[in-house]
Design a protein around this ligand. Structure first.
Ligand code: GDP
Ligand code: MN
Length: 385
């Protein structure tokens, strides 16, 4: 789950990281009021879940409250990369001499938490990684001791600090950001830019935190910050129904029980020249209601040209799934072809229930995938898609 900049900023502040003050506004008049209270030039910043807001016109400098109001009017309601701006952060504008990048991430390649810093801050780090990877210094935190003082100092040297006071301040901020990452169960904690002001001191101008969804159960305060625009509607509905769902770009909807089987299903669909429209795991012991919700979610994707059910009944009972499919088909009006490979517990009862339905039966996963790929092609041809 992503947090907004202003939420991430508030968390960073709790850990002693020097951030810029200011407030959140949803109207242009509020922008003006906040700017009046700050009594200095401000930046008006769109609070949307995309990087590069600056380039997209979502970050604007205002010299006085009237300008803050104008920028507020322009930015609120603006569309940035498909997301509508509903809130802006109005913060004191900082004058600075250089921009640094500082981030903490989970690095799968090294299986460590990695702290990264770069003197090429301000722009998106992915861009720096592509064009000038040597400009990013990476340090692996110790698996049990965490980020050690000397490592934080080495990062400070790597981004060019030599003055003792600056090295100490930078190292302190790196240690604090690492603590944010650990204690908030983040999968990413980032400050970009961290700026150096004329007096030599450092300040965080933009912070970003992504929280590990699997840890949200122990962070009620973070769950309460959720903004649903972070998630596509179908993923939101799936989460509420207790289904694991990830939308993909293909045209074959997959309904599977079990994450491993769902991945295998996607592989086999690919093997036979198809492309999955989603990853979907209804989970173990899925009953009628879940199956119905899952089918509705799959069919809400207009790209879907065929659906493949791949159910391996263990705890999940095949007849229960079959009832779910029948109930769903009674309510969902669709002519998308569906292929079912249902095996395991109560499979005989399950198949019997579906005998007179529109479902195309398949005995094996391979056969099911081939039939789904063929059905999708036939459907596209028939519809002229
Ligand atoms: P992002 O583009 O979405 O990452 O948004 P940022 O908050 O990082 O802002 C983008 C750029 O706007 C920064 O790299 C700065 O160049 C500029 N900016 C942001 N805040 C300030 C500020 O307080 N003062 C000044 N002068 N520039 C700022
Ligand atoms: Mn930024």
């Amino acid at each position: 789950m992503k947090l907004h900049e202003y939420q991430a900023r508030d968390i960073c502040a709790q850990y002693g990281i020097p951030v810029t003050g200011g407030g959140v506004a949803t109207t242009a008049a509020e922008c003006r009021a906040i700017a009046e209270k700050i009594g200095a030039p401000v930046v008006v910043k769109a609070q949307v879940f995309v990087g590069g807001r600056g380039k997209a016109g979502g970050v604007k400098l205002a010299n006085n409250p009237a300008e803050a109001e104008q920028h507020g009017k322009a930015i609120l309601g603006m569309d940035i990369k498909g997301l509508t701006v509903e809130k802006v952060l109005v913060a004191e504008a900082i004058t600075y001499e250089r921009e640094i990048y500082l981030g903490v991430i989970m690095d799968r390649a090294s299986k460590r938490i990695v702290v990264m810093a770069s003197a090429e801050g301000g722009v998106e780090i992915e861009e720096v990684a592509k064009t000038n990877p040597d400009a990013i210094k990476k340090i692996e935190a110790h698996p049990t001791l965490g980020l050690l003082d000397y490592q934080a100092r080495n990062l400070a040297f790597a981004v060019g600090f030599t003055d003792g006071k600056q090295v100490r301040q930078f190292a302190g901020i790196a240690m604090s950001l690492f603590k944010v990452y650990m204690e908030q169960d983040a999968s990413l904690a980032e400050i970009n830019p961290l700026v150096v002001k004329a007096d030599g001191s450092l300040q965080a101008l933009d912070s970003k935190i992504v929280v590990d969804d699997s840890a949200l159960f122990r962070h009620a305060e973070l769950e309460a910050m959720r903004d649903a625009s972070d998630e596509p509607l179908a993923e939101q509905q799936a989460r509420e129904a207790g289904i694991t769902f990830i939308k993909l770009d293909g045209d074959i909807g997959c309904m599977v029980n079990g994450a491993g089987l769902a991945m295998a299903t996607m592989d086999v669909v690919n093997l036979y020249g198809g492309s999955p429209a989603n990853f979907l795991d209804v989970g173990g012991g899925a009953g009628k209601d879940k199956v119905k919700a899952a089918l509705q979610i799959i069919l809400s994707d207009k790209n879907v040209k065929a659906v493949l059910f791949n159910i391996f009944g263990g705890i999940t009972r095949v007849d229960e799934v079959a009832r779910g499919i029948i109930a769903a088909l009674a309510e969902v009006n669709t002519d998308v072809p569906m292929v079912a490979r249902l095996v395991g517990t109560n499979e005989v009862e399950g198949r019997k229930l579906l005998e007179n339905s529109v479902l195309i039966p398949a005995a094996t996963l391979g056969e099911g995938a081939q039939k789904a790929v063929a059905a999708a092609k036939e459907y596209a041809a028939r519809k002229g898609l």
